[in-house]
Design a binder for this molecule. Structure first.
Ligand code: HEC
Length: 182
């Protein structure tokens, strides 16, 4: 290292190793100072200003939920009117005969699934309860969620048909399950 200024040689001697007193390169120093200045801005902004990744994620989820609110099953339908609408009941019967009969019996008297004609309900017998049970299902008990196969409108119709079964006397009815309602 003949180009080094011998005057810059420090006094120390580390077991024969000598050290020059070279200044750090300017670009390196400015990077270092820049990082310090940046941290003084960034740390309060991120930690005090609520810009940590977790907080930003939660804010975005909130924003998305405000744009697309979660809808309760049956929201937007007049369920009381639907329950007595003969057109809907007929449509619901067609769905029932195709998809629900294997488990709930040809007349809704129950097979694998419970009797839908009595006044006992496991998940509630009001229109909104029935719509919710059909929409979300009870997968752990063998009643699947139908929302991927049936439109909300079809589900309301199916519920109207089930409502209309109350008090009918199917052959070989399954014993009541759940709680009695009115
Ligand atoms: C694979 C069998 C199966 C099919 C198919 C099926 N269900 Fe079910 N369903 C069940 C079982 C089992 C239960 C009882 C769930 C429990 O014990 O919580 C049930 C429960 C229900 C209940 C709630 C009854 C109560 O007492 O609260 C309704 C309503 C219902 N089903 C409607 C339907 C409709 C409508 C369809 C067709 C679109 C359908 N199910 C198709 C098996 C089925």
């Amino acid at each position: 290292m003949s180009s080094r200024d011998p005057d810059n040689l420090l006094d120390h001697d580390y077991d024969g190793i000598k050290e020059f007193d070279n200044p750090l390169p300017k670009w390196w120093l400015w990077l270092f100072y820049g990082a310090i200045i940046w941290s003084a801005i960034y740390v309060p902004w991120a930690h005090l200003g609520g810009h940590l990744p977790g907080a930003e994620y939660e804010a975005e989820v909130k924003e998305a939920e405000a744009l697309h609110p979660r809808k309760e099953p049956g929201a937007g339908f007049d369920l009381a009117a639907a329950a007595v609408d003969q057109g809907r009941i007929a449509k619901g019967k067609a769905t029932f005969d195709k998809l629900c009969m294997p488990c709930h019996g040809p007349q809704g008297g129950g097979l694998v699934g419970p009797n839908l004609t009595d006044n006992h309900w496991i998940h509630g017998g009001k229109m909104e309860n029935i719509v919710k049970t059909i929409t979300d299902g009870v997968p752990e008990k063998g009643m699947i969620s139908w929302k991927s196969q049936l439109s909300p409108d079809d589900i309301v119709s199916a519920a109207a048909f089930i409502k209309s079964l109350k008090g009918t006397n199917p052959a070989n009815p399954k014993a009541p399950e759940g709680q009695p309602e009115e």
